[in-house]
Every structure is written in structure tokens, then in C-alpha cells.
Ligand binder design. Structure first.
Ligand code: SAH
Ligand code: SF4
Length: 383
């Protein structure tokens, strides 16, 4: 079997090239061809010696994931569904904004955490994605977008690990993928523009702070353990106090950063004035020890099996105001791509059980590849 070169960060590719008797600078050239130029055909890589290209042809390949469908929203958001085999599909979403292009990507097929309000959680866990499957989402999206926007400039300026899966439960595959995103010879994204979102896998938060301290978002959703145990079952293993300590320790490695606390607003469950007060207490108590944070309130994306409802807008606004008045920076997430069901965190959409995925995939094959691509030209901008 030949190796898919998307599986490697630069160090990994250097080891692979060493195995072919090639020096590290060859790996760097190859890495740049693949990630910066989107090349998958070794013959294109004209500055590599013919002998190396021949070796690569027989031992390696650069392969993205099979695309099942592509949906483009009227607001420019694009959702891709990829086949990861055995009836499993994962999704990635591109969200264009005036000053950035954000790609939301998946880390697992399904998820084992089983949060009450999450459709991925309701599907259960199928398997971890490999480094190559994580990176393939970015590789495909970036080079697809460049081609269709007819630009050589970078289109994706931010990556958020907020698709399907719990990234910190797939740590060994995640870290090389993050490194390729940050690598100047890869995507060259700045550390603060790559966000890992986690439901709170405490030991891995600690490891990430030394291995690859990217921006950290923590899915909080509740101000105390009783409610959080219920909404985010992982809390029973890593309760709030431990989670807060892990956040504080993380920030010690990233001195000017802050943690983004995500808080999904569930009608009558976690959205009352008393919950806001409890949140303020929780954060203020830990602020003294060095916790710096922002809140991002997420309007719940309802799905029938959850039995939960979205908080009314007025309640979300009142909750935000309460936090803001206590001095906590708070934003409310804009919903994007509503018409194509592309909200981050609820990408599995209407997947009811895994046996249906295959049927759904078969149906979607017929609607893939929209002919007229119509996202407005946008800045490729980075700070
Ligand atoms: N497993 C990670 C990352 C993927 S989920 C995590 O939980 O952080 C990304 C975000 O979407 C999380 O904040 C998650 O709580 C949120 N989310 C999940 N289901 C949602 C839903 N139905 N509506 C709104 N947000 C949801
Ligand atoms: Fe998993 Fe995140 Fe969904 Fe919870 S919210 S089930 S951790 S993907």
C-alpha cells in the first residue's frame, strides 16, 4: 500500500523522505507543493528530481476524501459532506466573512461524549479520523476555493475544530494536523487563528498547551456541575473546577490569549437569569487565579431527538447583557448557512442512525457539485 502524504506534518514527511534516501529539504519542497499549491500529481513538481518523482509515484499518493455533496448557502456558506467509508460521512463548512474565511472541520466520525443537545452526540461514535482525513478537509477546501475564486491568495484564514467529534479524544491524529496548519511551509496560519473546541478533556488540554498551544474554545453550557453532568456527560469525569484549573494552566502557556467559553442557549434549561449569575460567580472566582475568557452564546440548533428548544432571542439578548454588565466580554453567534443546515456543532443534521447514512449518501450523490459557484470575492486577509 502506498502512503497518503496528507497523513504527515513536515517532520513526518521528512522521516518518510529519509526512508526514500532523500534529504529534509526535499520534504520541505514536497510539503509546499502539496499544501501551498494543492498539487497531487508528482509530475507537476518540476523542481523535484525525476528519480524522486518516480520513487514517489510508486510509494506515495496525495488523496483527499471522496466528496459526496456540496451545498452553497445564499449567504455564501458552503457545506461539504465527505465519505469516510463504512457508511460514515463527515462534514466541513466554509464561512466567508468580510475580514476572514473560516473553515469548520471534523475530527471524528460521530462522537463518544454524547452531549444532550448535539446531533453528532446522538449518533454515537464510529471512529477517529486520521491526520490525513482531518487535513484533507482543509486541503480540499482551500484549493477548491482558490480555483473557483480564481485567486492564488490564501482564502481560508481561520480554522475551527467545531465540526463533528471531540478533537481532544483524537489527540494523536489532531496534533500533526494542527502543526501542518501552522507550518510556514504548509498553511502558515497563525496560532490564534486555529481554534480547538473541546467539551473539556482535561488531561489533553494540558498536553495541548505544551505540544501546540492554539486558541482554545471550551464548551461550557452550564454554570455548575449538576447541570453540566446532565448536558455534557464528560463533566462527570472532569468536573468544572478541574476544567477551570486546566484553562488557567493553558493560559499560562499563552500569555496574551483568552479562553472562549461556548454556551449553547437551551430554553428553560440553562438560560435563566440565575444561570447567568452563577456563571459570573464561576468566572470571577477563577479570574483571581488567572482565568481570562470571553463568552460566545450559541443559539441552539434544535433537532427532534434532543427534546430541547432554542431560547427565545430576547432571552439570549438579556443573558448576554447580564454577562456584559458584569464585565464579561460576550458575543452571540450569528447563525450562518441556515438554508443548508450548516451550523457548526450540528453538522450531522438529520442523521438518525448510522444505517441510514448510506441511503442518504446515495441520494445526495445526485445533487452534488453545484455548477454556478457564486461566493462574492472576499479578502484572503490575515492579521
Ligand atoms: N466536540 C467539540 C467540538 C465540536 S462541537 C465540543 O463540544 O466543543 C462544536 C460546538 O457546537 C460546541 O460548542 C457544541 O457544544 C456546539 N453544539 C453542538 N450541538 C449544537 C446544537 N445542536 N446547537 C448549537 N450548538 C451546538
Ligand atoms: Fe461531541 Fe462536541 Fe457534540 Fe458534545 S458537543 S457530543 S463533545 S461533538
Amino acid at each position: 500500500m502506498t502512503a497518503n502524504l496528507l497523513e504527515f506534518d513536515l517532520d513526518g514527511l521528512a522521516v518518510f523522505c529519509e526512508g526514500l534516501g532523500e534529504k529534509r529539504f526535499r520534504a520541505t519542497q514536497l510539503f509546499r507543493w502539496i499544501h501551498q499549491r494543492g498539487a497531487s500529481d508528482f509530475d507537476q513538481m518540476t523542481d523535484l528530481a525525476k528519480s524522486l518523482r518516480q520513487k514517489l509515484q510508486s510509494r506515495a499518493h496525495v488523496s483527499s476524501l471522496p466528496l459526496i455533496s456540496q451545498h452553497i448557502s445564499t449567504d455564501g456558506t458552503i457545506k461539504w459532506l465527505f465519505d469516510v467509508g463504512d457508511g460514515n460521512a463527515i462534514e466541513s463548512v466554509f464561512i466567508p466573512e468580510d475580514d476572514r474565511g473560516t473553515l469548520c472541520i471534523s475530527s471524528q466520525a460521530g462522537c463518544a461524549v454524547g452531549c444532550r443537545f448535539c446531533s453528532t452526540g446522538h449518533q454515537g461514535f464510529s471512529r477517529n479520523l486520521t491526520t490525513g482525513e482531518i487535513l484533507a478537509q482543509l486541503w480540499f477546501a482551500e484549493h477548491f476555493l482558490r480555483k473557483h475564486l480564481q485567486t492564488d491568495d490564501r482564502v481560508i484564514s481561520n480554522v475551527v475544530m467545531m465540526g463533528m467529534g471531540e478533537p481532544l479524544q483524537n489527540y494523536t491524529a489532531l496534533v500533526p494536523a494542527l502543526r501542518a496548519m501552522l507550518d510556514d511551509h504548509g498553511y502558515g496560519l497563525s496560532r490564534r487563528r486555529v481554534t480547538v473546541s473541546t467539551s473539556g478533556v482535561v488531561p489533553m488540554i494540558e498536553r495541548l498547551s505544551t505540544d501546540c498551544p492554539v486558541a482554545l474554545a471550551v464548551s461550557l453550557h452550564a454554570p455548575h456541575d449538576t447541570l453540566r453532568d446532565h448536558l455534557v456527560p464528560l463533566n462527570r469525569k472532569y468536573p468544572l473546577d478541574e476544567l477551570m484549573q486546566a484553562c488557567i494552566a493553558y493560559l499560562a502557556h499563552a500569555p496574551r490569549d483568552f479562553i472562549t467559553f461556548e454556551y449553547c442557549m437551551l430554553d428553560g434549561v440553562n438560560d435563566q437569569a440565575e444561570h447567568a449569575n452563577q456563571l459570573i460567580d464561576l468566572v470571577q472566582k477563577h479570574a483571581r487565579q488567572g482565568l481570562r475568557c470571553k463568552f460566545n452564546l450559541i443559539p441552539f440548533n434544535p433537532f427532534p431527538a434532543s427534546g430541547l428548544l432554542r431560547s427565545p432571542n430576547a432571552r439570549v439578548q438579556a443573558f448576554a447583557k447580564q454577562l456584559q454588565e458584569a464585565g464579561l466580554v460576550t458575543t452571540v453567534r450569528k447563525t450562518r448557512g441556515d438554508d443548508i443546515d450548516a451550523a457548526c456543532g450540528q453538522l450531522a443534521g438529520d442523521v438518525k442512525d448510522r444505517t441510514q447514512v448510506q441511503n442518504r449518501m446515495a441520494q445526495q450523490r445526485t445533487i452534488m457539485l453545484v455548477p454556478a459557484y457564486s461566493v462574492q470575492t472576499q479578502e484572503s486577509g490575515d492579521a
